[in-house]
Design a protein around this ligand. Sequence first.
Ligand code: HEC
Ligand code: HEC
Ligand code: HEC
Ligand code: HEC
Ligand code: HEC
Ligand code: HEC
Length: 418
Amino acid sequence: MSQILKYTIKVVSVFFILTFLIAPNNSFAQDGEALFKANCASCHKPDAKYVGPPLKGAREREPEKGWVYKWVRNPITMVQSDPYAKKLHEEYGSIMTPFPDWTDEEIDAVLDWADAYVAPGAGGDGGGGAAAAAPKSDNTILYGLLTLVLAIVALILLQVNSSLRRMADESEGIPGKKPVPFYRNKAFLLLFTIVAFIFAGYFLVEGAVGLGRQQGYQPEQPIFYSHEVHAGVNQISCLYCHGGAQDGKHANIPSVNVCMNCHISVTEYTGDPIYREDGTEVDANAEIKKLYQYAGYNPDTKTYDESKAKPIEWIRIHNLPDHVYFNHSQHVRVGQVACQTCHGEVQKMDEVKQFASLSMGWCINCHRTTNVQFNDDKGNGNQFYSIYEKFHEDIKNNKYDSVTVEQIGGTDCAKCHY
Ligand code: HEC
Ligand code: HEC
Ligand code: HEC
Ligand code: HEC
Ligand code: HEC
Ligand code: HEC
């Protein structure tokens, strides 16, 4: 038995050493990475499509040398005048935030970092864009495989050990015990039990913790209201309808009279046909009529009948448990996180689908890696953090170049839990 214990200890320590070796330690290209995370990560991924194109290789694609510098400083004018920018914009739809006072060096730092970027745990899918929804740690699979390999190695070692011992015994003339078949080998049984226990426990806990989560949830709404038509094709700002996201805890769903601001005049749908997930075509005009019924509006006489009006019972999609505190303005206004980072490309969805898992790990991972937008000299960013003078001083003195949400306490339990 003590033999087995020794082996177990050995295996476990080898496992930990390997874990530390593999754990990410990319001190490389600090600068570019920090700049990227603070400014570009809400819309770009280094190696995959996101709200904007992958940044890897951007300078190889540019139509002329120096194009990217002009672009990053002034995308809005470029989109109107430059043919390549126009083409990009047609493909991606959203418009990039300008960074007018960025130097060529800063832009190069970000792009150098992106060019050198290798996805953690390389391989995997990577591309796919929409499919890359779950930011679940890819390491799980890596560690799982590692455990399996180590378990096999341990088994082989045990086997070799017992053979060696038998050979030694035989050469010394001690009668060897009859070899035990592997399924009656105590070491094997112990190892098997441990592995089974870990796996069962893992799935049980994952399942229990995941109760009530609903990533990908896409209910059928009372009116087939398409975000693609409104926020995509017709470029209506998210904040026109979800203004609460800027100023308050809730983003809010617009009431019927917000819809009627436009639909008094937009009485018919003339755009491209819209299809449901199952491929059937949506009768958009009938959907607009439903809106009129909810509003108690008669498009022929152009009058409202208050007594017939009733609120639209939209089905709620995102829903955190009651014990979690989440505030939109903290993220949208102060943190300057784009809606799409958390909700996916809503402007390309006909019906909204839950993009993120809304798990605690999802919140925490982002807080670990996202930098705080401090108040800059121009009065942008978060004035509140003037109380964190120390951070400012340390940044000035180049002790570090950015501060993550975690460092300001964004992973304290009480920040998110009532
Ligand atoms: C608000 C979202 C947003 C942010 C923030 C953003 N971008 Fe973009 N970027 C886009 C979009 C969208 C496009 C595609 C063009 C379009 O649709 O206007 C783009 C295009 C680009 C391109 C052209 C890529 C190519 O394939 O030629 C470069 C380079 C670029 N961005 C660099 C940056 C850098 C560097 C930052 C950070 C300093 C940044 N972007 C921040 C949205 C954004
Ligand atoms: C013209 C109004 C309007 C605009 C513009 C609009 N939305 Fe919406 N949004 C709605 C309505 C109505 C619903 C509820 C029905 C539904 O879920 O489709 C909704 C639902 C949502 C939901 C799901 C809410 C839930 O139940 O959890 C998200 C997320 C969302 N919108 C994000 C966005 C984003 C991001 C944009 C900008 C790209 C945007 N919306 C633009 C009207 C609008
Ligand atoms: C940091 C991530 C994050 C960002 C950024 C974000 N949201 Fe949300 N959003 C959430 C979460 C989490 C919920 C669920 C809130 C709940 O259940 O209390 C949510 C819920 C919503 C809802 C449902 C109604 C509500 O208020 O609970 C709408 C609509 C919505 N978001 C729209 C937007 C829009 C529009 C933007 C951009 C202006 C945006 N969100 C930016 C994470 C985010
Ligand atoms: C800022 C103006 C504006 C607002 C606000 C607005 N719409 Fe629309 N809506 C439009 C436009 C523009 C079209 C497309 C017309 C076309 O392409 O011919 C449209 C199309 C539609 C359609 C047909 C296409 C589809 O999405 O199925 C429906 C239904 C609709 N709107 C419902 C709503 C509802 C419900 C609201 C409120 C939550 C709303 N609209 C708010 C401007 C608006
Ligand atoms: C995409 C990245 C991202 C995700 C996902 C995210 N956050 Fe945040 N969060 C931020 C940023 C950035 C800030 C910093 C805002 C600031 O400058 O104060 C922040 C700040 C906060 C704060 C205030 C912390 C403080 O110290 O003042 C709370 C509370 C919070 N987030 C809760 C949540 C919860 C709950 C979730 C998950 C449902 C979540 N966040 C998901 C980026 C994110
Ligand atoms: C950045 C925000 C955030 C912070 C910080 C945070 N949590 Fe959570 N926590 C969440 C969210 C979101 C959920 C809901 C997850 C879900 O619905 O699956 C959650 C769920 C939980 C649950 C229920 C089990 C589960 O996973 O669903 C427990 C227990 C919990 N948190 C404990 C803690 C403790 C202890 C801390 C401090 C070490 C902490 N949390 C810090 C966001 C946070």
